[in-house]
Design a protein around this ligand. Structure first.
Ligand SMILES: Nc1ncnc2c1ncn2[C@@H]1O[C@H](COP(=O)(O)OS(=O)(=O)O)[C@@H](OP(=O)(O)O)[C@H]1O
Ligand SMILES: Nc1ncnc2c1ncn2[C@@H]1O[C@H](COP(=O)(O)OP(=O)(O)O)[C@@H](O)[C@H]1O
Length: 198
């Protein structure tokens, strides 16, 4: 390492040298409502905790009750929500926590802002696209949002009458169609292992 190595590069180098249990990272699970983000985040969190990792799940729903209370689903509010979560995630990840963020984050520029904040601090950021087709999400309809939208009781539902800009180059794209939860969770865990994080 030379005296000219940028701070971010030195931090990333130190992070790579740390043991998997000590290395923090933000694992952002983006996808449509009912895609499987929350289910996979909690399944992965349980496994990582058993392995001795420090883990925090920043769940979109929970965050909206406190940190983002009062925000709605306009483009601007979603951007604020996502960048706030990104801010907290980076702080935790920089301190050795595996942060799992099952948050829709529908706009590419919001996700890019979070990625840039991590890069500037030399903190690892992994974007996982939970790529479940909207037809299957609508069938699952865990919270009844798709039915409400179809009945005209709700508008601005991501992927239906509000945009979802799917990531073009995520670190991982995961399919859940025709796969058991355990299978998809194992795929995600294997990916983290490959990256030296699990
Ligand atoms: N209009 C509309 N569009 C999308 N989602 C909606 C909407 N209204 C409520 N919800 C529910 O809000 C949950 C949390 O959303 P997020 O904070 O992840 O969304 S965002 O990233 O700020 O866009 C999100 O949770 P998940 O189902 O876990 O994705 C939805 O259930
Ligand atoms: N392979 C899979 N991975 C994740 N979820 C799955 C899978 N197969 C079926 N599901 C089901 O899909 C639903 C996803 O809901 P949830 O995790 O709340 O989605 P989201 O957080 O993206 O809104 C759950 O009922 C879950 O059991």
């Amino acid at each position: 390492m030379t005296a000219h190595t940028p701070v971010a590069d030195r931090a990333a180098e130190a992070a790579r040298a740390a043991a998997p249990c000590e290395r923090g990272a933000t694992v952002w699970l983006t996808g449509l409502p009912s895609a499987g983000k929350t289910t996979l985040a909690f399944a992965l969190a349980e496994r990582l905790r058993h392995e001795g990792h420090k883990v925090e799940v920043l769940d979109g729903d929970e965050i909206r009750e406190f940190l983002s209370k009062g925000l709605g689903f306009s483009r601007e509010d979603r951007h604020t929500n996502v960048t706030r979560i990104g801010f907290v995630a980076e702080k935790l990840a920089a301190n050795g926590v595996k942060v799992l963020a099952p948050v829709i984050a529908p706009f590419a520029d919001s996700r890019a802002a979070v990625r840039e904040r991590h890069a500037a601090a030399g903190t690892e950021f992994l974007e996982i696209h939970v790529a479940t087709p909207v037809e299957l999400c609508a069938e699952r309809d865990v919270k009844g949002l798709y039915a409400k939208q179809a009945a005209g009781e709700l508008s601005g539902l991501t992927g239906v009458d509000d945009p979802y800009e799917a990531p073009t180059t995520p670190e991982l794209r995961i399919q859940t169609q025709g796969r058991a939860v355990a299978e998809s969770a194992a795929e995600l865990h294997a990916f983290l292992t490959e990256r030296g994080l699990a």
